[in-house]
Ligand binder design. Structure first.
Ligand code: NAX
Length: 328
């Protein structure tokens, strides 16, 4: 198609934004034949830096970019948007209580959800990256009552990709031959990376690895705490890998997941696997025709059940906390 797809990126001047925009512009998000109209949203203090990034985007002469517009008003930024990448958020600072963090982010994702409700295109698809991502997505969705809630998702694809990377390093098998890994629950330290249905070079992953101690004491904490390890090593939080995961999430949502595999995304629960309806929780998912579908019928062991329940309980507590703050 020659009509550009309008992609709105919030937090465009941040470090994930800096890695993300060039990948979008290169065609990695929507494929090599789809022109993109970029719409960058920043807070007023971030506009000048976003203008600098836009200058560099112009200097790349990307053939797929039809326009680049910069906004500090969510209503204008989301007007006609087909894809929303909600990256900008309020980080937790020293001494900040959870309620402060949730209400500061409610002040961002509530108005952005309302702006999406008011002016986005009817096919709008939203990925929330900014933390706490699952609950921010819930707030945005609840501020957009006219948009199907299935259009609001949160990112656990970075966790998924981290799990694939760890499994590849452990087994020596390339990522391309590792399938059906799942992230369950919240994008937080409570998440559960599940390899019990995964395949490594066509064999059950748990059999190939056959090391429950490695799974419990090494793999799961390494994946769940990878963000902190990156900060420790790099002196800054994950940026290029987060951007790459955001690209993967939206790419697969719009263009579909490959046959014989699945991925993970935090999507509104329909009650599957005992996850309370409406919570935006990570599941094993496939995408077809632009819709995520939860992979059904997986057997959940007692070990997995405990881990899933713990992460889902945390999501329930976050939902109660934002309800109590009047943000839902
Ligand atoms: P930065 O602090 O580098 O950039 C954030 C940008 O957002 C800033 O330029 C800021 O001005 C802007 N911003 C703040 N409020 C805004 C608003 N209301 N509207 C528009 N823009 C706004 O952070 P960065 O490293 O890019 O990370 C962004 C978010 O991603 C953080 O919340 C971070 O916690 C989260 N992450 C989520 C991950 C995930 O897997 N879901 C992984 C990576 C990352 O940690």
């Amino acid at each position: 198609s020659t009509t550009p797809v309008k992609v709105t990126v919030t937090g465009a001047a941040g470090q994930i934004g800096y890695a993300l925009l060039f990948r979008i512009a290169s065609g990695a998000l929507l494929g090599p034949d789809t022109p993109v109209a970029l719409r960058l949203l920043e807070i007023p203090q971030g506009v000048k830096a976003a203008e600098g990034t836009a200058m560099e985007l112009v200097d790349c002469a990307f053939p797929l970019i039809s326009s680049i517009d910069i906004f500090d008003d969510p209503k204008a930024a989301f007007d006609g948007a087909n894809v929303g990448l909600l990256v900008g958020a309020r980080p937790r600072t020293a001494g900040m209580e959870r309620a402060d963090l949730l209400s500061a982010n409610g002040g961002i994702f509530g108005p952005q959800g309302a702006a999406i409700n008011e002016g986005a295109a009817s096919d709008i698809r939203v990925l929330v990256v900014g933390n706490p991502a699952n609950t921010n997505a819930l707030i945005a969705a609840s501020s957009a009552p006219d948009v199907p809630s299935s259009r609001f998702t949160a990112m656990t694809r970075l966790d998924q990709n981290r799990a694939l990377g760890q499994l590849s390093q452990k087994t020596g098998v390339p990522v391309s031959e590792i399938k059906k890994v799942t992230i369950w629950g919240n994008h937080s330290a409570s998440q559960y990376p599940d390899i019990f249905h995964a395949e490594v070079a066509g064999k059950p992953a748990a059999e190939v690895i056959n090391d429950q101690a490695w799974l419990e004491n090494d793999f799961i904490p390494t994946v769940a705490k990878r963000g902190a390890a990156i900060i420790e090593a790099r002196g800054a939080s994950s940026a290029a890998s987060a951007a790459s995961a955001a690209i993967d999430h939206v790419h697969d949502w719009v263009l579909g997941t490959p046959a014989g595999d699945w991925t993970s995304a935090a999507i509104p629960s329909d009650g599957s696997y005992g996850v309370p309806e409406g919570l935006i929780s990570s599941f094993p998912v496939t995408s077809e025709g632009g819709e995520w579908k939860i992979v059904q019928g997986l057997e959940i062991s007692e070990f997995s059940r405990g881990r899933i329940d713990a992460s889902v309980a945390e999501l329930g507590e976050e939902r109660e906390a934002v309800k109590a703050l009047g943000l839902l």
